[in-house]
Design a protein around this ligand. Structure first.
Ligand code: 2IP
Ligand code: CA
Ligand code: CA
Length: 377
Protein backbone atom coordinates (compact mmCIF):
# COMPACT_ATOMS: atom_id res chain seq x y z
CA UNK A 1 0.00 0.00 0.00
CA UNK A 2 2.91 2.33 -0.65
CA UNK A 3 0.76 3.79 -3.44
CA UNK A 4 -1.82 4.82 -0.81
CA UNK A 5 0.92 6.68 1.08
CA UNK A 6 2.02 8.47 -2.10
CA UNK A 7 -1.59 9.40 -2.87
CA UNK A 8 -2.12 10.75 0.66
CA UNK A 9 1.03 12.86 0.41
CA UNK A 10 -0.18 14.28 -2.91
CA UNK A 11 -3.72 14.97 -1.72
CA UNK A 12 -2.43 16.52 1.53
CA UNK A 13 -0.32 18.89 -0.58
CA UNK A 14 -3.39 19.76 -2.63
CA UNK A 15 -5.23 20.39 0.65
CA UNK A 16 -2.40 22.67 1.78
CA UNK A 17 -2.71 24.61 -1.49
CA UNK A 18 -6.40 25.17 -0.80
CA UNK A 19 -5.60 26.33 2.73
CA UNK A 20 -2.98 28.78 1.40
CA UNK A 21 -5.23 30.13 -1.39
CA UNK A 22 -7.99 30.82 1.15
CA UNK A 23 -5.66 32.89 3.30
CA UNK A 24 -3.93 34.68 0.47
CA UNK A 25 -7.19 36.11 -0.87
CA UNK A 26 -8.26 38.41 1.95
CA UNK A 27 -11.82 39.11 0.71
CA UNK A 28 -12.31 35.39 0.10
CA UNK A 29 -11.13 34.59 3.60
CA UNK A 30 -13.67 37.00 5.10
CA UNK A 31 -16.41 35.12 3.32
CA UNK A 32 -15.30 31.79 4.58
CA UNK A 33 -15.87 31.96 8.29
CA UNK A 34 -19.08 30.49 9.56
CA UNK A 35 -19.98 29.64 13.11
CA UNK A 36 -20.63 26.04 14.11
CA UNK A 37 -23.94 25.14 15.71
CA UNK A 38 -25.61 22.12 17.25
CA UNK A 39 -24.08 18.80 18.25
CA UNK A 40 -20.95 19.18 16.15
CA UNK A 41 -19.92 22.14 18.23
CA UNK A 42 -16.56 21.61 19.86
CA UNK A 43 -17.40 22.33 23.46
CA UNK A 44 -13.94 23.75 24.04
CA UNK A 45 -14.53 26.99 22.24
CA UNK A 46 -17.26 29.49 22.83
CA UNK A 47 -17.05 30.27 19.18
CA UNK A 48 -15.69 27.54 17.02
CA UNK A 49 -15.36 28.32 13.37
CA UNK A 50 -16.08 26.15 10.47
CA UNK A 51 -14.56 27.41 7.31
CA UNK A 52 -15.42 26.54 3.80
CA UNK A 53 -11.73 25.72 3.44
CA UNK A 54 -12.21 22.95 6.02
CA UNK A 55 -15.16 21.43 4.23
CA UNK A 56 -13.60 21.76 0.79
CA UNK A 57 -10.31 20.21 1.91
CA UNK A 58 -12.02 17.24 3.52
CA UNK A 59 -14.09 16.64 0.38
CA UNK A 60 -11.02 16.86 -1.88
CA UNK A 61 -9.28 14.20 0.19
CA UNK A 62 -12.38 12.00 0.34
CA UNK A 63 -12.91 12.37 -3.40
CA UNK A 64 -9.34 11.62 -4.50
CA UNK A 65 -8.86 8.65 -2.16
CA UNK A 66 -12.29 7.20 -3.01
CA UNK A 67 -11.55 7.52 -6.73
CA UNK A 68 -8.27 5.58 -6.56
CA UNK A 69 -9.35 3.12 -3.84
CA UNK A 70 -13.10 2.47 -4.22
CA UNK A 71 -12.93 -0.19 -1.45
CA UNK A 72 -12.20 2.62 1.01
CA UNK A 73 -14.96 5.00 -0.09
CA UNK A 74 -17.36 4.19 2.77
CA UNK A 75 -14.61 4.36 5.38
CA UNK A 76 -13.23 7.85 4.91
CA UNK A 77 -14.31 9.94 7.88
CA UNK A 78 -13.48 13.42 9.00
CA UNK A 79 -14.26 16.25 11.33
CA UNK A 80 -16.51 18.18 8.99
CA UNK A 81 -19.88 17.53 7.48
CA UNK A 82 -20.15 18.58 3.83
CA UNK A 83 -23.38 20.51 4.35
CA UNK A 84 -22.71 24.21 4.21
CA UNK A 85 -25.12 27.05 4.69
CA UNK A 86 -24.76 30.18 2.57
CA UNK A 87 -25.66 33.75 3.48
CA UNK A 88 -29.21 33.24 2.25
CA UNK A 89 -29.79 30.37 4.67
CA UNK A 90 -29.73 27.76 1.88
CA UNK A 91 -28.05 24.47 2.60
CA UNK A 92 -25.58 23.31 -0.05
CA UNK A 93 -23.77 19.97 -0.13
CA UNK A 94 -20.16 20.63 -1.05
CA UNK A 95 -18.67 18.00 -3.36
CA UNK A 96 -15.85 17.83 -5.86
CA UNK A 97 -17.39 17.70 -9.35
CA UNK A 98 -16.06 16.16 -12.57
CA UNK A 99 -14.69 19.41 -13.97
CA UNK A 100 -13.20 22.58 -12.53
CA UNK A 101 -16.06 24.62 -14.06
CA UNK A 102 -18.75 22.47 -12.42
CA UNK A 103 -17.00 22.67 -9.05
CA UNK A 104 -16.71 26.46 -9.44
CA UNK A 105 -20.43 26.70 -10.20
CA UNK A 106 -21.32 24.67 -7.11
CA UNK A 107 -18.95 26.64 -4.85
CA UNK A 108 -20.38 29.85 -6.21
CA UNK A 109 -23.76 28.97 -4.66
CA UNK A 110 -22.03 28.57 -1.27
CA UNK A 111 -20.21 31.86 -1.77
CA UNK A 112 -23.40 33.80 -2.51
CA UNK A 113 -22.53 34.11 -6.18
CA UNK A 114 -18.94 35.30 -5.79
CA UNK A 115 -17.54 33.76 -9.00
CA UNK A 116 -14.00 35.08 -8.55
CA UNK A 117 -13.66 33.41 -5.16
CA UNK A 118 -15.33 30.19 -6.38
CA UNK A 119 -13.03 29.95 -9.41
CA UNK A 120 -9.91 30.46 -7.31
CA UNK A 121 -10.93 27.63 -5.00
CA UNK A 122 -11.98 25.32 -7.82
CA UNK A 123 -8.62 25.84 -9.51
CA UNK A 124 -6.74 24.78 -6.38
CA UNK A 125 -9.02 21.74 -6.02
CA UNK A 126 -8.52 20.51 -9.58
CA UNK A 127 -4.86 21.43 -9.97
CA UNK A 128 -2.26 18.71 -9.61
CA UNK A 129 0.04 19.73 -6.77
CA UNK A 130 3.76 20.12 -7.32
CA UNK A 131 5.43 16.71 -6.99
CA UNK A 132 6.13 15.99 -3.39
CA UNK A 133 9.50 14.50 -2.66
CA UNK A 134 8.60 11.37 -0.75
CA UNK A 135 11.56 8.98 -0.76
CA UNK A 136 9.14 6.08 -0.38
CA UNK A 137 10.93 4.03 -3.06
CA UNK A 138 11.28 0.40 -2.11
CA UNK A 139 8.73 0.69 0.67
CA UNK A 140 6.20 -2.16 0.72
CA UNK A 141 3.23 -2.08 3.07
CA UNK A 142 1.44 -5.44 3.46
CA UNK A 143 -2.09 -4.06 3.79
CA UNK A 144 -5.08 -4.02 1.47
CA UNK A 145 -7.53 -1.13 1.05
CA UNK A 146 -10.50 -3.26 2.18
CA UNK A 147 -8.91 -3.55 5.68
CA UNK A 148 -8.42 0.20 6.15
CA UNK A 149 -10.28 3.31 7.26
CA UNK A 150 -9.25 6.99 7.24
CA UNK A 151 -9.59 9.93 9.64
CA UNK A 152 -9.17 13.45 8.26
CA UNK A 153 -8.76 16.72 10.11
CA UNK A 154 -8.72 19.09 7.13
CA UNK A 155 -7.32 21.92 9.27
CA UNK A 156 -6.28 21.41 12.86
CA UNK A 157 -5.82 24.56 14.99
CA UNK A 158 -8.47 26.46 13.03
CA UNK A 159 -8.25 29.37 15.47
CA UNK A 160 -4.57 29.87 14.60
CA UNK A 161 -5.39 29.49 10.90
CA UNK A 162 -8.04 32.20 11.15
CA UNK A 163 -5.98 34.53 13.34
CA UNK A 164 -3.11 34.09 10.89
CA UNK A 165 -0.15 35.36 12.92
CA UNK A 166 3.12 34.83 11.07
CA UNK A 167 6.06 33.49 13.05
CA UNK A 168 9.58 32.78 11.88
CA UNK A 169 10.36 29.25 13.03
CA UNK A 170 13.71 28.66 14.64
CA UNK A 171 15.33 25.31 13.88
CA UNK A 172 14.96 22.98 16.87
CA UNK A 173 12.58 25.28 18.74
CA UNK A 174 8.93 24.98 19.53
CA UNK A 175 6.89 28.09 18.64
CA UNK A 176 3.76 28.21 20.81
CA UNK A 177 1.26 29.78 18.43
CA UNK A 178 0.80 31.14 14.93
CA UNK A 179 -0.02 29.94 11.44
CA UNK A 180 2.54 27.12 11.59
CA UNK A 181 0.32 25.35 14.17
CA UNK A 182 -2.33 24.77 11.48
CA UNK A 183 -1.94 21.26 10.05
CA UNK A 184 -3.63 18.95 7.56
CA UNK A 185 -3.90 15.53 9.23
CA UNK A 186 -4.69 12.27 7.39
CA UNK A 187 -4.53 9.06 9.44
CA UNK A 188 -5.13 5.46 8.31
CA UNK A 189 -6.26 2.75 10.75
CA UNK A 190 -7.04 -0.97 10.63
CA UNK A 191 -10.79 -1.52 10.61
CA UNK A 192 -10.46 -4.76 12.63
CA UNK A 193 -8.36 -3.52 15.56
CA UNK A 194 -8.44 0.27 15.26
CA UNK A 195 -4.61 0.52 15.25
CA UNK A 196 -3.18 3.52 13.40
CA UNK A 197 -0.96 2.19 10.61
CA UNK A 198 -0.16 5.16 8.37
CA UNK A 199 -0.14 8.92 8.82
CA UNK A 200 0.50 12.02 6.75
CA UNK A 201 0.89 15.49 8.26
CA UNK A 202 1.15 18.55 6.05
CA UNK A 203 2.13 21.90 7.58
CA UNK A 204 0.95 24.40 4.92
CA UNK A 205 2.62 27.44 6.53
CA UNK A 206 6.08 26.22 7.45
CA UNK A 207 8.13 29.10 6.04
CA UNK A 208 7.98 32.00 3.63
CA UNK A 209 9.67 31.59 0.28
CA UNK A 210 12.77 33.85 0.53
CA UNK A 211 12.22 34.90 -3.10
CA UNK A 212 8.83 36.37 -2.16
CA UNK A 213 6.71 33.54 -3.54
CA UNK A 214 4.48 33.26 -0.47
CA UNK A 215 4.14 30.45 2.04
CA UNK A 216 5.80 27.07 1.63
CA UNK A 217 4.78 23.90 3.43
CA UNK A 218 6.45 20.85 4.86
CA UNK A 219 5.24 17.26 5.11
CA UNK A 220 5.84 14.37 7.46
CA UNK A 221 4.76 10.72 7.15
CA UNK A 222 5.01 7.40 8.91
CA UNK A 223 4.02 3.76 8.47
CA UNK A 224 3.75 1.31 11.33
CA UNK A 225 2.46 -2.17 10.69
CA UNK A 226 3.92 -5.41 11.96
CA UNK A 227 7.67 -5.32 11.59
CA UNK A 228 7.57 -2.34 9.22
CA UNK A 229 8.20 0.92 11.03
CA UNK A 230 9.27 3.78 8.81
CA UNK A 231 9.05 7.50 9.47
CA UNK A 232 10.16 10.52 7.42
CA UNK A 233 11.44 12.08 10.66
CA UNK A 234 14.44 10.34 12.16
CA UNK A 235 14.23 9.43 15.80
CA UNK A 236 15.60 12.36 17.79
CA UNK A 237 18.72 11.64 19.86
CA UNK A 238 17.87 10.70 23.42
CA UNK A 239 19.01 13.56 25.56
CA UNK A 240 19.74 11.46 28.63
CA UNK A 241 20.43 13.72 31.57
CA UNK A 242 18.74 16.62 29.82
CA UNK A 243 15.51 16.15 31.80
CA UNK A 244 12.05 15.42 30.56
CA UNK A 245 10.14 18.16 28.69
CA UNK A 246 6.36 18.15 28.32
CA UNK A 247 4.11 20.24 26.06
CA UNK A 248 0.63 21.17 27.29
CA UNK A 249 -2.43 23.15 26.28
CA UNK A 250 -2.44 26.55 27.97
CA UNK A 251 -5.84 25.59 29.39
CA UNK A 252 -4.46 22.48 31.14
CA UNK A 253 -5.55 21.91 34.77
CA UNK A 254 -3.47 23.36 37.58
CA UNK A 255 -3.00 19.96 39.31
CA UNK A 256 -1.49 18.54 36.15
CA UNK A 257 0.85 21.52 35.76
CA UNK A 258 1.96 21.15 39.40
CA UNK A 259 2.52 17.38 39.23
CA UNK A 260 4.54 17.75 36.03
CA UNK A 261 6.54 20.69 37.41
CA UNK A 262 7.63 18.41 40.29
CA UNK A 263 8.67 15.77 37.76
CA UNK A 264 10.35 17.91 35.09
CA UNK A 265 11.13 21.27 36.64
CA UNK A 266 9.36 24.55 35.78
CA UNK A 267 11.34 25.41 32.66
CA UNK A 268 10.60 22.03 31.09
CA UNK A 269 6.87 22.64 30.73
CA UNK A 270 5.96 24.40 27.50
CA UNK A 271 2.65 25.45 26.01
CA UNK A 272 1.50 25.35 22.40
CA UNK A 273 -1.67 25.59 20.31
CA UNK A 274 -3.14 22.79 18.26
CA UNK A 275 -3.49 19.19 19.32
CA UNK A 276 -1.83 18.02 16.09
CA UNK A 277 1.00 20.55 16.43
CA UNK A 278 1.72 19.42 20.01
CA UNK A 279 2.00 15.79 18.88
CA UNK A 280 4.19 16.91 15.96
CA UNK A 281 6.49 18.58 18.52
CA UNK A 282 6.87 15.19 20.24
CA UNK A 283 7.54 13.49 16.87
CA UNK A 284 10.25 16.05 16.06
CA UNK A 285 11.81 15.86 19.52
CA UNK A 286 10.94 19.48 20.39
CA UNK A 287 9.22 18.02 23.48
CA UNK A 288 9.34 14.53 24.96
CA UNK A 289 5.63 14.17 25.64
CA UNK A 290 2.23 15.84 25.32
CA UNK A 291 -0.15 15.42 28.25
CA UNK A 292 -3.85 16.30 28.00
CA UNK A 293 -6.18 15.56 30.91
CA UNK A 294 -9.41 16.47 29.13
CA UNK A 295 -11.49 14.86 26.41
CA UNK A 296 -11.11 17.82 24.06
CA UNK A 297 -9.42 16.00 21.18
CA UNK A 298 -10.99 13.67 18.65
CA UNK A 299 -10.00 10.65 16.53
CA UNK A 300 -9.23 12.96 13.58
CA UNK A 301 -6.76 14.95 15.74
CA UNK A 302 -4.66 12.02 16.89
CA UNK A 303 -4.84 9.26 14.25
CA UNK A 304 -2.24 10.58 11.78
CA UNK A 305 0.42 11.74 14.26
CA UNK A 306 -0.16 8.55 16.32
CA UNK A 307 0.99 6.45 13.35
CA UNK A 308 4.23 8.49 13.10
CA UNK A 309 4.90 8.12 16.83
CA UNK A 310 4.40 4.35 16.63
CA UNK A 311 6.83 4.17 13.74
CA UNK A 312 9.37 5.89 16.03
CA UNK A 313 8.74 3.41 18.88
CA UNK A 314 6.34 5.60 20.85
CA UNK A 315 2.58 5.98 20.88
CA UNK A 316 -0.46 7.71 22.37
CA UNK A 317 -2.28 6.24 25.39
CA UNK A 318 -5.64 7.06 26.92
CA UNK A 319 -4.60 8.91 30.08
CA UNK A 320 -7.50 7.98 32.32
CA UNK A 321 -7.40 4.27 31.35
CA UNK A 322 -3.64 4.19 31.90
CA UNK A 323 -3.98 5.76 35.35
CA UNK A 324 -6.58 3.13 36.31
CA UNK A 325 -4.77 0.18 34.79
CA UNK A 326 -2.90 -2.35 36.89
CA UNK A 327 -0.59 -3.42 34.10
CA UNK A 328 2.15 -0.99 33.09
CA UNK A 329 1.66 1.31 30.09
CA UNK A 330 4.45 -0.63 28.33
CA UNK A 331 1.87 -3.41 27.71
CA UNK A 332 0.17 -1.18 25.11
CA UNK A 333 -3.27 -2.10 26.47
CA UNK A 334 -4.34 1.51 26.71
CA UNK A 335 -3.16 2.86 23.32
CA UNK A 336 -5.86 4.90 21.57
CA UNK A 337 -7.81 3.06 18.87
CA UNK A 338 -9.80 4.51 15.98
CA UNK A 339 -12.59 2.12 14.97
CA UNK A 340 -15.23 2.31 17.71
CA UNK A 341 -17.53 5.24 18.51
CA UNK A 342 -18.85 6.06 21.98
CA UNK A 343 -22.37 4.97 21.13
CA UNK A 344 -23.85 6.72 24.16
CA UNK A 345 -22.71 10.13 22.87
CA UNK A 346 -23.99 12.41 20.14
CA UNK A 347 -22.32 14.35 17.33
CA UNK A 348 -18.58 14.94 17.49
CA UNK A 349 -18.42 13.53 21.05
CA UNK A 350 -18.95 10.01 19.66
CA UNK A 351 -15.38 10.22 18.43
CA UNK A 352 -13.74 12.15 21.28
CA UNK A 353 -10.63 10.86 23.03
CA UNK A 354 -12.67 11.11 26.24
CA UNK A 355 -10.03 9.99 28.71
CA UNK A 356 -7.43 12.57 27.71
CA UNK A 357 -4.09 11.34 26.38
CA UNK A 358 -0.33 11.13 26.67
CA UNK A 359 1.70 11.20 23.43
CA UNK A 360 5.26 9.91 23.93
CA UNK A 361 8.31 8.64 22.07
CA UNK A 362 9.87 6.72 24.91
CA UNK A 363 8.08 4.17 27.07
CA UNK A 364 10.16 4.80 30.19
CA UNK A 365 9.33 8.52 29.98
CA UNK A 366 5.65 7.60 29.68
CA UNK A 367 5.99 5.51 32.86
CA UNK A 368 7.52 8.47 34.77
CA UNK A 369 4.69 10.74 33.67
CA UNK A 370 2.01 8.23 34.66
CA UNK A 371 3.79 7.78 38.01
CA UNK A 372 3.75 11.53 38.60
CA UNK A 373 0.04 11.85 37.76
CA UNK A 374 -1.21 8.77 39.67
CA UNK A 375 -3.69 9.73 42.37
CA UNK A 376 -3.72 13.39 41.27
CA UNK A 377 -6.67 13.29 38.84
C1 2IP B 1 -8.68 21.67 18.06
C2 2IP B 1 -7.35 22.38 18.04
C3 2IP B 1 -7.15 23.07 19.36
C4 2IP B 1 -7.05 22.06 20.49
C5 2IP B 1 -8.29 21.17 20.46
C6 2IP B 1 -8.57 20.56 19.08
O1 2IP B 1 -8.98 21.23 16.76
O2 2IP B 1 -6.27 21.52 17.80
O3 2IP B 1 -6.02 23.86 19.28
O4 2IP B 1 -6.97 22.76 21.71
O5 2IP B 1 -8.11 20.13 21.38
O6 2IP B 1 -9.75 19.81 19.11
P1 2IP B 1 -5.57 23.23 22.38
O7 2IP B 1 -4.87 24.11 21.39
O8 2IP B 1 -5.96 23.91 23.66
O9 2IP B 1 -4.82 21.96 22.57
P2 2IP B 1 -9.70 22.19 15.63
O10 2IP B 1 -8.90 23.42 15.48
O11 2IP B 1 -9.65 21.27 14.44
O12 2IP B 1 -11.11 22.44 16.11
CA1 CA C 1 -8.67 19.28 15.27
CA1 CA D 1 -10.27 20.96 12.21
Amino acid sequence: MADLLRLLLRVAEKAANVARVCRQEAPLFQLLVQEKTGDDKNKKFVQDFKTLADVVIQEVIRHDVGAQFPEMAGFIHGEESNKFENGLGESVTVTVCRTEEETAALLSTVLDGDHTAASLLARAIHQDPATVDTSTDGLTVPLSPSELGIWIDPIDATSQYIEGREEVLEEGHLSPSGLHCALVLIGVYLRSTGEPVMGVINQPFNHKDPAGGGWRGKHFWGVSCGSINVCSVSRPKDGTGRGLSVVLSSSEKQVVKEALTSLCGPDKLVYASGAGYKILCVIQGLADAYVLSEGSTFKWDSCAPHALLRALGGGIVDLSKTLQSNVGPQDHMTELTYHQPHTECKGADRWANHGGLVAYRDCSQLCSIIGALKGKL
